[in-house]
Design a protein around this ligand. Structure first.
Ligand SMILES: C[S@@+](CC[C@H](N)C(=O)[O-])C[C@H]1O[C@@H](n2cnc3c(N)ncnc32)[C@H](O)[C@@H]1O
Length: 270
């Protein structure tokens, strides 16, 4: 008997509606499609187009990120276990000490509401989906030096459209960190620093050092790259080298890269 041929299901565009995203598979499809669309828009028409994603698309993206994160706690585990390994966790006799943390780009409340008693997180996001997450642009935050013991920036740097703004974000986070003891966690997709003519692990390390950060740990999962940095004061040695990647073309727009505003470069190099 002839076997019935299975009809191949056509994949419908998924960034079209609202509702609750329950499946991890659907969540991953939504976030991947959002990034694909943003990258294509960036390639075609420059930075402005990437920001022009519709409200619905942004909403779907946010819900999908929430759904994906609720099922994976790898960042949370990594953050707390690293703080313990680095001896940052207040020890016995320091029961009253509570570390001050900032989470940039929060889609879930796992840091601001479910943190252990020795650390308190202020979580912010441009497009907050929860009353406990402050709806705020990181660039609108007042930069107070040495304010935070821990700053967390997970998969946010790669969502910032302009390379100069990524540089600015790194500089501001470095300033906000408490000197000597502060710890910065950054995660970005591995593809940002692999097979990319404008950014590699070494180049990214160089950018971090230019902001006065020293890399204490890097880790690579199949898709994500993790950095843990401490603030060790100004390190000006490598900053001028960043000039060589300065030329901006349409091609550089479609790749992840970090640059520093001209005035900041001068300041870093001083
Ligand atoms: C890919 S999600 C990352 C969510 C989560 N941190 C994680 O680890 O998956 C990026 C988030 O960063 C937020 N974001 C991007 N630029 C921001 C900015 N300038 N200030 C605050 N949040 C920002 C976006 O709204 C989005 O919710």
């Amino acid at each position: 008997m002839k076997k019935k041929k299975k009809k191949k299901k056509l994949k419908r565009p998924i960034l079209h509606g609202v509702g609750v995203v329950k499946s991890l598979k659907v969540a991953k499809r939504i976030t991947a499609e959002f990034h694909r669309k943003s990258e294509a828009a960036l390639e075609q028409a420059g930075e402005g187009a990437a920001r022009a994603a519709s409200e619905t698309e942004r909403d779907m993206y946010q819900k999908a990120s929430q759904a994906a994160l609720q099922r994976t706690s790898h960042v949370r585990k990594f953050v707390y276990s690293t703080l313990t390994t680095l001896n940052k966790r207040p020890g016995k006799g320091e029961e009253r000490k509570v570390l001050n943390g900032l989470e940039v780009g929060a889609v879930t409340t796992e840091f601001c509401c479910q943190s252990p008693s020795w650390i308190r997180f202020r979580s912010i996001d441009l497009n907050s989906q929860h009353p406990k997450i402050e709806k705020r642009d990181f660039f609108a935050l007042k930069v107070c030096e040495d304010e935070f013991d821990v700053v967390l920036n997970s998969m946010v740097l790669n969502c910032v459209a302009e390379p100069e703004d990524r540089g600015e974000m790194l500089l501001r986070m470095a300033k906000m960190l408490r000197k000597e003891t502060g710890v910065l966690f950054i995660t970005i997709p591995r593809r940002c620093v692999e097979n990319n003519p404008f950014c590699s692990v070494d180049i990214f390390n160089e950018c971090l050092r230019a902001c006065g950060l020293s890399v204490v740990l890097t880790k690579f999962s199949p898709k994500i790259a993790f950095w843990v940095c401490e603030k060790k004061g100004k390190n000006v040695a490598n900053a001028p080298k960043l000039n060589r990647r300065e030329k901006k073309t349409k091609k550089t727009n479609s790749y992840f890269s970090v640059r520093f505003h001209r005035s900041e470069r001068r300041r870093i190099a001083e």
